[in-house]
Structures are given as C-alpha cells and as structure tokens.
Design a protein around this ligand. Structure first.
Ligand SMILES: O=c1ccn([C@@H]2O[C@H](COP(=O)(O)O)[C@@H](O)[C@H]2O)c(=O)[nH]1
Length: 224
C-alpha cells in the first residue's frame, strides 16, 4: 500500500536530496521540494528528482497578483507536479487563475495558516481571532475558488474536513511524540494528524536530520 508520507527535502544540495530520497523511498509516498531546493536547482533539479519515479509535490507557496501566479504556474506546467501550493491569502481570483493555469492532474492546494505561526503571531499580522477561525475561513475560500484542498496543521484538519469532506488535506508540522518542534508552533504527531483527517503528511527534519533517515522514516510509518 502506498505511504501517505511526503518527505520534505529542504536542502539546496541536489546530490544530498537524491541520496536521502533513495534511502527512504520504500517508506514514502512522494517527495516534497520547496523554495530552498527550487531556488538552487530550478526546473532541471525537479526533473532529476522526478526520475526516481515518486510523485513530486512542488511546494513553492505562490502568492502574488493573479496574472503573475498564473504565468509562474504556466512556466511550471512541463514538470507536471502531483501537488502545487499557493497561499490562500492571495485571494479568490488568484486561486481561480492558479487552478486554471495548472496542468490537468496537478492538485493545487492552498496554504491557510503556516504551521510556524501561533495565535500571538497571527494577532501581530492583523488576524485577531486565531488559527482555527482563519483556517476555516481560508478553507472555504479555497473550496469556492475551485482548488483541490488546503494545507493546515493537524490541529485544524478535522474542522477543515468537516467543511469540505471531499477536499485534499496536506498536514505539515508533524512530529513524532519525542521529536523537537524547532520553528514549528502548531505540531501534532503523525498518527494524530492522520486520525484527524489528513490526506498526506509532510515530514522533513524528523527524517532528513535523523542519524539514520531510513530507520526514522520506517519508525514513523510503523505508527500510522
Ligand atoms: O504551513 C506549512 C506549510 C508548509 N510547510 C513545509 O513543510 C515542511 C516541514 O518541514 P519539517 O522539517 O518537518 O518542519 C517544510 O518544507 C515547510 O516548508 C510547513 O512546515 N508548514
């Protein structure tokens, strides 16, 4: 059975990303490449990673005016990523244009509230009523814009899924019970995220920074 774990390969080093992906490939369902990897390696690097045969989640979190986001996605079309992210805060028109520009078969999902933010951070950027309310608002906006799903923390995924039962829910900020949270502020365990309704789990440092990434991925998978 395919794994719901997407490993986040947050490194500028293509060889390192390739080596980790190969080591953990039997425990994961896909590879997540973000800004760090893409800024260093571009579309050619994404193609190299895709040669491993696993689905590619291109997590660029696009957030700009609708025309700019649509043109950026058109430039990414040849890569045919399985999943692509935009920020829901870019607004409904931006999300509609993002979906229209994406290749058929690519899930476009909207980041609601970054898992590195807590309610104090949100209050400082003009969101006084907390992450739960903001995730619900932006989930409805993403649904109405025709996207495929959202990114939220495991603490909000059950409520988001109740609003959008057939949505696709990406949950980062996932940590094994004994794991360090680092810069993540809204964290849950892999098992709790899945039980709450996550479609896929994004897991980076708990696997990539472990002394033995293969063993770490295997141990996390065993809890699911
Ligand atoms: O709200 C969000 C959206 C995306 N991410 C990304 O997920 C991984 C998490 O990495 P860890 O090392 O497991 O913390 C990372 O690539 C982020 O860019 C997120 O964490 N939160």
């Amino acid at each position: 059975m395919s794994s719901c774990i997407y490993v986040a390969l947050d490194t500028p080093d293509l060889d390192q990303a390739m080596a980790i992906a190969q080591r953990v490939s039997s425990h994961i369902g896909g590879i997540k490449l973000g800004l760090e990897f893409f800024s260093a390696n571009g579309r050619a690097g994404v193609r190299d990673m895709a040669s491993l045969g696993l689905p590619i989640f291109l997590d660029l979190k696009l957030h700009d005016i609708p025309n700019t986001v649509a043109k950026a996605i058109q430039a990414l079309r040849p890569l045919k990523p399985a999943i692509l992210t935009v920020h829901a805060a870019g607004g409904r028109a931006m999300m509609e244009d993002a979906k229209a520009a994406a290749p058929a078969g690519t899930r476009v999902v909207a980041v609601t509230v970054l898992t590195s933010l807590d309610n104090r951070d949100l209050s400082r950027i003009g969101v006084p009523d907390g992450s739960a309310a903001q995730v619900e608002r932006l989930t409805l906006l993403a649904r109405d814009a025709g996207l495929d799903g959202v990114v939220c923390s495991g603490a909000e995924v059950a409520a988001a899924k109740a609003l959008w039962p057939d949505g696709f829910f990406v949950v980062p900020g996932v940590r094994p019970a004994d794991g360090s949270s680092g810069d993540q502020k809204r964290v849950v365990t892999p098992r709790a995220a899945l039980d709450a309704g996550a479609s896929i789990l994004v897991i980076g440092r708990p696997i990539t920074q472990a002394p033995d990434p293969d063993q770490a991925a295997r141990a996390i998978k065993a809890t699911l």
